[in-house]
Design a protein. Structure first.
Length: 361
């Protein structure tokens, strides 16, 4: 047996094995002085092999990440007050990095993110890790995974499981909201969404899951696609829906895949003369819009954006300090919370069910 495993490993052991001064080891582990990339990597590798980093990780005392390279598709940057999710998420990430003393370098490039440009930018910035937000293009993810960098996809899905990912439990959150409506007697629920990324598709999956779980026909619910996620897009498609159906067509609730859509739905339904929640309940998803300021206040699924940011940094630290590049990619999903407000209404006294005739396809 290796005697080294029988006693407590300290920075003197790391210093000896890495061939550097004790003070250098201290600076690397605590992030208290600029150290060359080559020396930092050597010290961290020795500390990992000796099991020192794993023990310190449990105490939250590691500073293996000093520079983070942030890549966000330009279309998802918070350039207006509609992009509240992006603004809140990126603000939370910036705040977490500031708290940990991590420098953030933003990627500046073409509208379509390119792996070679991101990798070159990260190396030029001497960044140990890359955070890619939203963009879950499999080709881009595989190319980034092949680089000698720690990469985390934030608020997206990686179908190839090439890189670590951190995302809200979109499917669970949507199922939670839909089950809540079903438990209150609603049966005809309209899911208002748009043809977005895979994360939005998971919310559609959760909507269907709730019906399946209760052995209810999926046809009781219906999916209504808007052309985008902005409030005006919701107003546009609901205006057309009401005109074509001659009213609500038996629907007693609308579950929106984003708060922006829910805000538009509240406005348009009231313009059309429907009382909320008396005539129809409205539920959103995200929890970042000023839901308590809408009339009526918006029931919504709150996404833990602050926790997503801190988990992203933590998984980067884990990859750099403990797991290493050969460890399989990890996927972290954080639970969402239903916030009950006035737009969800009171339980229906009697479930309203509309029977469907068999349709041949």
């Amino acid at each position: 047996m290796d005697r080294r495993t029988e006693r407590k490993v300290g920075i003197k052991d790391i210093s000896r094995e890495a061939g550097v001064a004790i003070s250098t080891v201290s600076h690397v582990l605590n992030g208290t002085a600029p150290i060359s990339q080559e020396v930092r990597l050597r010290v961290l590798e020795v500390a990992r092999q000796l099991g020192y980093l794993a023990k310190r990780q449990q105490k939250g005392a590691i500073a293996s990440l000093t520079t983070l390279y942030l890549a966000v598709p330009p279309g998802n940057l918070p350039h207006n007050d509609i992009n509240l999710v992006s603004w809140t998420l990126l603000t939370a990430l910036s705040r977490e990095c500031e708290r940990r003393g991590i420098r953030v370098v933003a990627h500046i490039g073409a509208p379509d993110l390119n792996a070679a440009d991101i990798i070159a930018g990260a190396r030029a910035a001497a960044a140990e890790g890359v955070v890619l937000v939203y963009d879950d293009n499999p080709k881009l993810l595989r190319a980034l995974a092949a680089a000698d960098l720690a990469v985390v996809l934030l608020n997206g899905e990686d179908p190839t499981m090439s890189v670590d990912t951190v995302a809200p439990a979109n499917r669970y959150g949507a199922r939670l909201a839909t089950e809540w409506l079903l438990s209150r007697g609603h049966r005809r629920i309209l899911h208002l969404t748009w043809r977005g990324r895979s994360t939005i598709m998971r919310r559609l999956d959760g909507f269907h899951d709730a019906y399946v779980e209760r052995d209810l026909p999926r046809e009781l619910g219906e999916v209504l696609y808007a052309r985008g996620y902005e409030p005006d897009h919701a107003r546009e498609v609901l205006r057309k829906f009401v005109a074509e159906r001659g009213g609500l067509d038996g629907f007693t609730a609308v579950f929106c895949a984003a708060d922006n859509l829910a805000i538009g739905a509240l406005t348009e339904l009231q313009v059309q003369g429907f009382a909320i929640p008396k005539d129809i309940a409205v539920v959103g998803f995200d929890g970042v819009a000023p839901g308590e300021l809408t009339m009526p206040a918006l029931t919504t699924v709150r996404v833990p954006l602050d926790a997503l940011a801190s988990s992203t940094i933590q998984i980067l630290e884990n990859r750099l300090s403990v797991l290493g590049v050969t460890y399989p990619a990890c996927r972290i999903e954080l639970g969402c919370q239903l916030i009950e407000r006035e737009s969800g209404g009171l339980p229906l006294s009697k479930p309203q069910i509309r029977h469907f005739d068999a349709v041949s396809v």
